[in-house]
Unconditional design. Structure first.
Length: 277
């Protein structure tokens, strides 16, 4: 760990510890940090999908966390539907798999109150194809598979609209929000985790990096890629009770450190984009 990072962590942890101590004294909240003697912050349980967040969390735990006095316990999930309920019921302390819009939609639909501790990385999404080599090859009536959750469905539609292939209403999240489809594309809504399996049956499929990487999809199969100006950076989510917890502050600092950003770039070569300074 660099001297700069160590100093930043020291400052963050000192401030966070003071906030947590004041909160504990004023409220008597039982959800205080699981710290041990000797300055250790203890364990933080983080829910995530195996790739890329699981790999990222393991790397940070093995290379940076010990010096920060933190133990990161990776809790594995295989889909987008279960990490937030697990965080809400206290099974985890934080999760790393979703963007802010996805979290806000969950809060609205489930009556949740999850909050963001900060942006971490962009799992760049793209339209992939097994038969086409460029966007220009999409013919009239082409079949396109997109996610069936509102956040990523809107993300896919927005990307097509940016290229002028369709027109959509403001804030589009479903196929009903398509206002013009001049090429008569045939859309199919598919569960996010199974979208890579839809490639053989469709001309193009929208897949986020979280599922493209484990499925072995490559940049050679991409015909339309999301840019790094995207609004869909993944966040470290937690609960309001843990928002000022020193473990969450330390974890956020480690996940956005220069060392971690370099690991992301070296490991995923642009498919995963670290948050900018």
């Amino acid at each position: 760990m660099t001297t700069t990072l160590r100093r930043r962590l020291t400052a963050v942890l000192a401030g966070a510890t003071a906030v947590a101590a004041l909160a504990a004294c004023s409220t008597g909240n039982a959800s205080e940090p699981a710290a041990s003697d000797g300055g250790s912050l203890g364990t933080v349980r983080v829910g995530a999908l195996p790739v890329p967040a699981g790999d990222l969390l393991r790397w940070v735990d093995e290379n940076l966390a010990e010096e920060a006095g933190l133990d990161i316990e990776f809790v594995e999930f295989s889909d987008y539907n279960t990490p937030n309920p697990a965080l809400t019921d206290g099974s985890t302390d934080a999760n790393l798999f979703q963007n802010a819009t996805f979290m806000e939609t969950y809060n609205e639909q489930a009556g949740g109150s999850l909050v963001s501790a900060g942006e971490i990385y962009l799992p760049a999404a793209a339209f992939y194809s097994e038969t086409l080599t460029s966007l220009d090859e999409l013919e009239d009536g082409a079949t396109i598979a997109i996610p069936n959750d509102p956040t990523n469905e809107g993300r896919a539609l927005g990307l097509l609209a940016q290229e002028g292939l369709i027109e959509i209403a403001e804030g589009a999240t479903t196929l009903q929000d398509i206002t013009a489809n001049p090429s008569n594309f045939q859309f199919t809504e598919v569960e996010n985790a199974t979208l890579p399996l839809a490639l053989p049956d469709n001309d193009a499929v929208f897949v986020t990096a979280s599922f493209a990487l484990p499925a072995g999809l490559t940049t050679d199969q991409q015909i339309l890629v999301e840019g790094d100006d995207s609004n869909y950076f993944n966040i470290l989510a937690t609960t309001p009770e843990l928002q000022d917890d020193p473990r969450i502050a330390a974890l956020t600092e480690l996940l956005t450190s220069p060392e971690t950003k370099q690991y992301i770039l070296d490991t995923w070569g642009g498919l995963i984009v670290p948050v900018a300074d």
